[in-house]
Every structure is written in C-alpha cells, then in structure tokens.
Design a protein around this ligand. Structure first.
Ligand SMILES: *Cc1c(COP(=O)(O)O)cnc(C)c1O
Length: 470
C-alpha cells in the first residue's frame, strides 16, 4: 500500500539550516543606501539583533540551529510529507504528487519556522518587545506565538483590509499576548500622514512595514523589528522544510522532477527548494529538478515586474533592495491571497530567475480556487488561498503528465491551512470572485516615478544588477 503520510521522528528535526548564498550562480547584489547611493544597509543595524544581521550577510553554507529553537520546533516539527493519493486518483495522472504540509504549526503556516529563531535571538540580546507588520494575519500570529514562547512583548500592525475581513487572526494574536493595530494607525508618523490624506485608507503591506519599522526606530532601546519574508535570514530559517522533505522522500525512494511553491516574499518556497538546489550544485541530485514559483496575477512581481532596486516599504525607510518589483507604491486589489500581495520578492529568488534556475507562473484567483476545491475534495485539507497557487501549478503539471504519459514526481509546499479563509471560499462558491490582473502599464508608471525620485538609479542598477552573468 502507498504510504499516505511520511513521518520523521523528533530527533530528525534538522540541526542546521542551509544557506544558498555561497552557492548562488553569481553573488547577491548589495543593498543600496539612498543617502550615499552606495552599498549600505541604512537603518538595518538599528532594528535587528546582531545574530540576525550576521545570518543575513552570512556566506556560511550551514548554520547551527540553537537547541532552544529546536525545542520549540518540537511542538509541530518534523511536519508531515503527504502523498496526494486522492488527488492523483481524481486527476487520473501517472504523476506522483507529494506535498509538505506546514499548516500543522501553532499559527497554521510555515511562518513560525522563522518567528521562533527571530524571537530567540532577540531575547538573547536583551530585546523586550518586537514590532512587525502583517497582511493576512499569518505572520502576525506566528510572531505573537514566538514572542510568547520567549517572554517578549509583540506589537503587530495589521493591514486594515484584513483587520476588518479576518477578525479571528487578530483575536489569535491577542490570545498569544500581542497587541494588534489596524494599519494605517494613529500610532506612528507614517500612519498619521496617510490617514490625514485618506482617512479611509485600507492599508497595504508596504504601509504596515513602514509603521512597524518606525515603531522599532523610535523605541530603539527596547524594541526590534522582525520580518516575515524576503530577507535571506528568513528564507534560511525556512529550509527546515526542504531538509526534512528530502529525508522523507528518501524513505519512499523518490526524488522530485519539479517543485512548486507560491511566492509572497518567497520564503516558504525558498525553504522547500533551497536544499534541493544544493543537491544540484553539489552534483548530488539524481535528476534535473525544475523549480517553479507561482504568484497572483493581481500582484505579478516576477512575471510582470522589473528586476531593479526599489524600497521594501511604502514610506521608503528601508534601503534599496535588488529584486523584482512592481513598485513600492503598489496598492493591491482585494484578492484573498493576502500573503501574496507584497510588491517585491526575495533577492535570492531574483538571482535564480535571472540565471534561469527558476521559472514563474501567475494565476488568477478563480482558477486558483478551482484548484483548491479539487484539492480539498480529494485530500480533505482546506488549503489557504496562497498555497492554492502552488496547487494550481501542480495540478496543471499532473494533467500535462496525463497527456504525455510521463510519471513525473511533483512536490509542492502546502504552506498553510485555510481555516480563517472561509469567507473567501464562501465568495468563491457563490460565484462572486473577481479574476484581477494587474496592468503592466501601472508597473511602468510606478517605475517612472521611482526613477524621477532617484535620477541616479539607472546607473546603480547597471552597476550592481545588470552585471554580466558568469
Ligand atoms: C505568508 C504566507 C505566504 C507568503 O509566503 P512567503 O514565504 O512570503 O512567500 C503564503 N502562504 C501563507 C499561508 C502565508 O502565511
């Protein structure tokens, strides 16, 4: 009989994270400080603990996971790897489909994999409070949980649209002992400025980041900022996913031909794929595995965006980050995949895309919910709208296999459950969802504005990003 759930023991929780940086096809371009127009990290050292900054710029391939962090990981790790037997049968595909399920964590997603080490390193360095932003509420609940585990306070700025739409996430954060404000809020300069111009502003991830960063800067003595995706250290922490998945596939003597994940900031997908990419560069991979990132047509940063320097936040507090972007002033359509509405992407993903080590596909939310429906009706797990983009990619691939008769092995990360997304399902089942497409023209407009603001940007882009690939 086919094993449905491939499980590891607690002792098999990884002891090290894998860092892709030394194995990238070319070095990561540096952050740029807008004040000096030179490589520099701006405010970063003021809002993160030293251990995290060390990991952010680390060139070490393997980084030890502290025992105290593994101890908390034990609550839900190792996470199960499922064989999608029900889905395979329904699709009548010769392909084998596996998914790594991160919805078993206390917050219901992959986010605690990084929230826990971030809270831990902050506690070790004497931080008393963490501030952060949250879109759909996933990251906020993960950080609230992690802060609680290490006796820290947490303040979460939650995008207004989600704050109103998803009250249970906010309650969850409160249950974990965090305070949660709708963003834009009247708690920060950044928030007050936006509210003065537009009192009904529904917020965005970029605005919420600005508020959380300002909070950490103003209260620099006891408060640090924590980020839920995009940065190297976050993607690095997520590699527990891929390291475990590799072992689990080994147990059933399999290896993926193709790996799918959705990309908000890119951390959950990086967490799954980096360790397989390592096999490739270390020449240990038994197959030429393909990596496919999926995103929302309503927020097409990689498929329609430009690879260049841009701020990570609306208020332009962060240094310039080398990434695919649709503009830091991006205002998202109200799609249900809240976690995919960030305007940029992890710089490591941008390098991999540029070097053709990874491809991307974009889907609209109707086709995504069509895929979610097939999945939940055959596998019994209700997926969050975000990983349903990966499900859509995996189903399409399985159907291609059906045509060609290929028995490929498909792996994807089911990075969260959709228990707090039932209003979205309700809208889908009643036929009221909109298939938003973000127009390329809007990206151009945003880029034009950015270049007007920094007339020297072209030069910097050329110097650091368009470097000849080796
Ligand atoms: C945060 C989140 C995402 C986006 O993840 P990234 O790691 O930033 O790409 C996707 N799905 C769920 C369930 C999330 O919580």
């Amino acid at each position: 009989m086919t094993i449905k759930k491939i499980l590891l023991n607690e002792e098999e929780i990884p002891k090290q994270w894998y860092n892709i940086v030394p194995d990238l096809p070319h070095p990561l371009p540096p952050f740029i400080d807008v004040a000096t127009k030179q490589p520099g990290v701006g405010i970063v050292p003021r809002i993160f603990p030293k251990a995290i900054i060390g990991q952010e710029i680390s060139q070490e391939r393997w980084i030890d996971i502290p025992e105290e962090v593994r101890e908390v990981y034990r609550i839900w790790r190792p996470s199960p790897l499922f064989r999608a037997t029900g889905l395979e049968k329904a699709l009548k595909t010769p392909a084998k489909i596996y998914y790594k399920y991160e919805g078993v964590s206390p917050a219901g997603s992959h986010k605690p994999n990084t929230a826990v080490p971030q809270a831990y390193y902050n506690m070790k360095e004497g931080t008393k409070r963490l501030s952060t932003e949250t879109g759909a509420g996933q990251w906020g609940s993960a950080l609230a949980f992690a802060a609680m585990m290490f006796g820290l306070k947490a303040t979460v700025y939650m995008v207004r649209a989600s704050y109103d739409q998803k009250p249970y996430r906010k309650m969850m954060m409160k249950a974990f002992g965090a305070e949660c404000f709708a963003s834009p809020s009247d708690k920060t300069e950044a928030g007050r400025k936006i509210l003065a111009e537009d009192p009904d502003n529904k917020g965005s991830l970029g605005i919420a980041i600005s508020e959380a960063v300002e909070d950490a800067l103003v209260n620099e003595e006891e408060t640090n900022y924590a980020i839920g995706s995009v940065f190297n250290h976050v993607c690095l922490h997520q590699t527990v996913e891929g390291i475990e998945a590799k072992k689990q596939l080994e147990m059933v003597d399999d290896y993926p031909d193709v790996i799918y994940g959705c990309i908000g900031g890119g951390s959950s997908f990086s967490g799954l794929m980096w360790p397989f990419y390592y096999d490739k560069v270390a020449k240990k991979a038994p197959k030429e595995t393909k990596f496919v990132a999926t995103e929302a047509t309503a927020c097409p940063k990689v498929t329609k965006g430009q690879y260049q320097y841009d701020h990570g936040d609306t208020a332009k507090l962060t240094p310039l980050v080398p990434m695919h972007t649709i503009g830091h002033d991006f205002i998202p359509a109200p799609i249900h995949a809240g976690g995919l509405r960030y305007h940029g992407i992890a710089p490591t993903i941008s390098v991999l895309v540029q070097e053709k080590q990874m491809t991307t596909e974009a889907f609209n939310q109707i086709e995504v919910f069509d895929a979610a429906k097939i999945f939940l009706q055959t596998e019994g797990i209700i997926p969050a709208p975000e990983p349903s983009h990966a499900i859509k990619g995996a189903i399409d691939e399985a159907l291609r296999c059906k045509k060609t008769g290929e028995a490929k092995t498909i792996l994807f990360v089911l990075c969260g459950h959709g228990f707090f997304d039932m209003a979205a399902y309700d809208e889908y089942f009643s036929g009221n969802l909109q298939p938003y497409e973000y127009p390329a023209k809007k990206v151009d407009e945003s880029m034009e504005k950015l270049h007007k603001l920094y007339p020297w940007l072209d030069e910097v882009n050329k110097k650091y990003i368009s470097c000849e690939t080796i």
